[in-house]
Design a binder for this molecule. Sequence first.
Ligand code: C2O
Ligand code: CU
Ligand code: CU
Length: 548
Amino acid sequence: MPSMINIQRRRLLKFTGLTAAMAAVYPFLSYAEGMIGMGNQASSDFDPDVEIELKQEVVDIPIFRGPETRVWKVFGKVLRGPETAIVNHAESYIAPTIQLQKGQKVRIILKNNLPAQSILHWHGLHVPSKMDGNPMYAINQGQTFVYEFKVLNRAGFYWYHAHTHSVTAKQVYSGLAGLFIVSDQEEQALDLPKGEYDVALAIQDRTFDDQNQLYYNNHMMQRMQGFLGNQIVVNGQPDYVLPVASRAYRLRLLNGSNSRIYKLAWDDGTPITVIGVDGGLLEHPERRAYIMLAPGERREIWMDFSGKAVGTELTLRSLSFDGSMSGGMMGGMHGGMGMGMMGRMRGRMMGGMHGGMMSGGDLPLGGDYAVLKVRVSKQVQAQDKLPERLSAIKPLRLQDAANADSPRNILLSMRHMSALLNGRSYAMDDIRDDEIIPVNTLQAIAFDNGFSGGMGMGGMMMSMPHPMHMHGEQFQVLKREIDPRFRAGYETVEAGFVDSGWKDTILVMPGEKVTVLKPFNDYKGVFMYHCHNLEHEDMGMMRDFLVK
Ligand code: C2O
Ligand code: CU
Ligand code: CU
């Protein structure tokens, strides 16, 4: 609809304040489509503290014995500022870790030498719209996109990854994802484990074929459920073992998988001590028998190995759970069969057919399997004490929200082979009235995964867990509500949520509604919200907010 597009384009031109010449050059493209392949230049009036180059290349790396594995790899280099700003991981496909301080001004020069369009997004960072890696800023092979922003976020464990229109899943899977760690004074003043005792672990799943090549398919079932690999990799390494000294560690866990949800627990029954979530440290440590970790989410945990003999091994496992499709209509159709069981069945069926290459093989979603191992390899004398107070977090209040009486409701649905938000699929330049947000307001936003009777509304509806993510500032969780018909499955995951602190991704289970409070301060322009199951995202379960 040309008139619709024109209205949207005018709005965008007005609020992103970008060149109107663009519209004249490509009259048949929407504004955003016209931005693709334009790149971005460094500005002369930006004086960075840190300047980094990130180069994306196709390379072969030795992950296994035998043939090398072809991956899409990011290479980092510090051009200005401390050398510690970049840590390359030569032995793995994982992108370099970026380490910055709050308040630093950073310029990141992205050079795309891949045979595809691509763009990187800084997940969890509060940056201007144009610096956020919206798919409209994808660049072609040989092009450069220069990001410039000030690090406004508090200390925290953020990350970055490709965000290219309809191929995000494939690109992240191929290697375009890395860690982004921010530190600040408040955090440094705490006596938390530092240096080699502060370890970041990106948990992903992959399937390698018999030539050691990454296997990815896009069949309909894989897209509806999301891709599940048959092997867990940590920082790009299969069968990962972390050697530790007998003392306390700060372990930072990222779920960088396309669609796999983990229910993490130590195999010796030690509770998990959570000290931080997506947006940094909690006020106080919180203990859980297990923790849920959905795609896009991070947890920082404290683990004390003191008193353990050299040679002791501990396994971090994913325990079984029911990401249930039961309840409502699916309950009737599938006899209440849960995701876990579906996955297992499918894994077995497909395992027979394709050598376990589809649907996770022996690692079905909701199955029970090892994620990584820790081996005590050094005896040290340490007197580590976990601080009881980690940070101060100002609680956001519903009554301060601009829409306190009517939270924005975002209905999550899957039907007719599509994944939708409020019945809509992703399209560039398609901002509707209910997606416009006044800048510098606090908003109440509810993600409704069939809680409000969505299940009854005609047609085949599939209910799956959706990890919902919003770009820009971090949010706080206000409440969770569960449809009683989904109670049984819900109880297999419920105790693993850590909803305090600042979040940017939140797992919404089938039959559940989660309401959050999110500030939209400082920056105008488009900011995305989407499911972080990357296959769902690519299927269209993604939209833009326009902050104006
Ligand atoms: Cu980590 Cu828009 O995503
Ligand atoms: Cu993001
Ligand atoms: Cu989803």
